[in-house]
Design a protein around this ligand. Structure first.
Ligand code: PLP
Length: 414
């Protein structure tokens, strides 16, 4: 389509989204207030921003950052560390921190994220299974409007017939074709689990969930949650890292896994300093809002063109991912190409479908990010197979996403 039609379409979408955008502004205001209040309460000063070396004894920057995260998450304690290499690593520390041989872990949001499969069940790699931790999985039921529903009957049956050490659920939808899970639903799950089995822990994969709603899982009783710093909460500034937050004694157990049972969080330095971590946290509510608005703008616009999207243009997003059913390989390749061409970094690169380890089909990815693999920055990917679904996430600025959307509309043969 030509640029005039594209502009008109986008402007119509923005008008139609006014109410949802107002709601996202309110959530961001609340999040920003929470963050600023925590910075003030903890008396963050310039001396917290600089790093330490070696063992990192008395690293006040590290300690205050952990305290800030705990405060903002309404948790008793938190670990925030550049030494956690990714979300998968943070989730692994959470699981290995609290699970012991003979324990049973049950995922109640269906199959966990792809990279957790080996963590749970690979043979000979030091997985939970290798250490004698049993695993079971309860699928979600999906309503007609694609709202996920916990299978409380199946969960109840497990909790009353077996000793379940921990229940696990992910907020984000990953690559499934359903809405993400809301914090209200997680609150309901926790109440249900604790009423039947007070000692069973509830562990949450919080990736893509931070600042999407007014509350976080730890504020509604989750025992632990974990996430990545190159998604929402790093605000696009954190160069790497992950976090774990929750009950103090359990966070301590995760700290013993991160370092050593004799060390916990007493050690750990980062010579570069913590400036981007503090700054990113400060920006995170606003950056997440931009990503959510971007998500809805793509959804609304492609929906107007007759494509099936999720979330739909009138839905409340519960993570920052949008999928669009593009229908042909050509459109998927062109779409990712257009996103890449509109990236601040590597705009001259042409993304090609390739065989990715762990995937049956070829995958194409557009990622022109400042931080490698950062998906709070505008990025898109999808497997080269029908129905040629593209998954789009991020957008540090709403304006960037709008320009990229415009470019996809003028590039694709629509
Ligand atoms: C991103 C993500 C993870 C962890 O992925 P990393 O690439 O290791 O950071 C886990 N679960 C969900 C739902 C995610 O979105």
């Amino acid at each position: 389509m030509d640029i005039t039609s594209a502009r008109k379409l986008i402007n119509d979408s923005k008008t139609a989204l006014k109410q949802q955008f107002d709601r996202l502004d309110e959530i961001a205001l609340l999040g920003q207030r929470k963050v600023l209040d925590a910075f003030r309460r903890h008396g963050v000063q310039a001396r917290h921003l600089v790093g330490t070396t070696g063992y990192g004894y008395d690293d006040i920057g590290r300690d205050a950052l952990c305290a800030l995260y705990a405060d903002i998450f309404g948790a008793e304690a938190a670990i925030v560390s550049p030494s956690i290499v990714s979300g998968t690593h943070a989730l692994t520390l959470m699981l290995f921190g609290v699970l012991r041989p003979g324990d049973l872990l049950v995922s109640v949001s269906g199959k966990p994220y792809d990279t957790l499969t080996d963590v749970i069940s690979a043979e000979g790699k030091g997985s939970l299974k290798d250490f004698g931790v049993d695993f079971d999985c309860v699928e979600l039921k999906i309503a007609d409007d694609l709202t996920p529903i916990f299978d409380f009957d199946a969960i109840s049956k497990l909790l009353t017939t077996r000793k379940v050490k921990a229940i696990f659920a992910a907020r984000s939808r990953g690559y499934s074709l359903r809405q993400a899970i809301s914090v209200d639903q997680i609150a309901e799950l926790i109440k249900f689990v604790k009423s039947l089995s007070p000692d069973t822990l509830v562990l949450i994969d919080n990736c893509y969930g931070e600042f999407v709603q007014e509350t976080e899982p730890t504020e509604v009783g989750a025992d632990l949650m974990a996430g990545s710093l190159i998604k929402n909460i790093g605000g696009g500034m954190a160069p790497t890292g992950g976090y774990i937050a929750g009950k103090a004694d359990l966070v301590q157990l995760a700290a013993y896994r991160l370092t050593a049972p004799s060390l916990g969080m007493e050690e750990g330095s980062y010579a570069y300093g913590y400036l981007p971590y503090y700054q990113g946290l400060f920006l995170a509510p606003s950056v997440t809002k931009n990503a959510l608005k971007s998500c809805l703008l793509f959804a609304k616009t492609y929906e107007k063109l007759g494509f099936e999207t999720l979330p739909r243009g009138n839905m409340t997003p519960y993570d920052i991912v949008t999928s669009v059913k593009l229908g042909t390989a050509e459109r998927l390749i062109d779409f990712c190409g257009a996103i890449q061409e509109c990236s601040p970094i590597d705009s001259n690169v042409k993304p090609m479908p390739w065989d990715m380890p762990g995937y049956q089909d070829q995958v194409i990815m557009a990622a022109g990010a400042f931080v490698q693999g950062s998906s709070i920055e505008l990025s898109a990917d999808g497997p080269l197979k029908p129905p040629y679904m593209v998954y789009l996430q991020g957008g540090l600025t709403f304006e960037h996403a709008e320009i990229a959307l415009e470019h996809t509309l003028t590039t694709l043969k629509l």
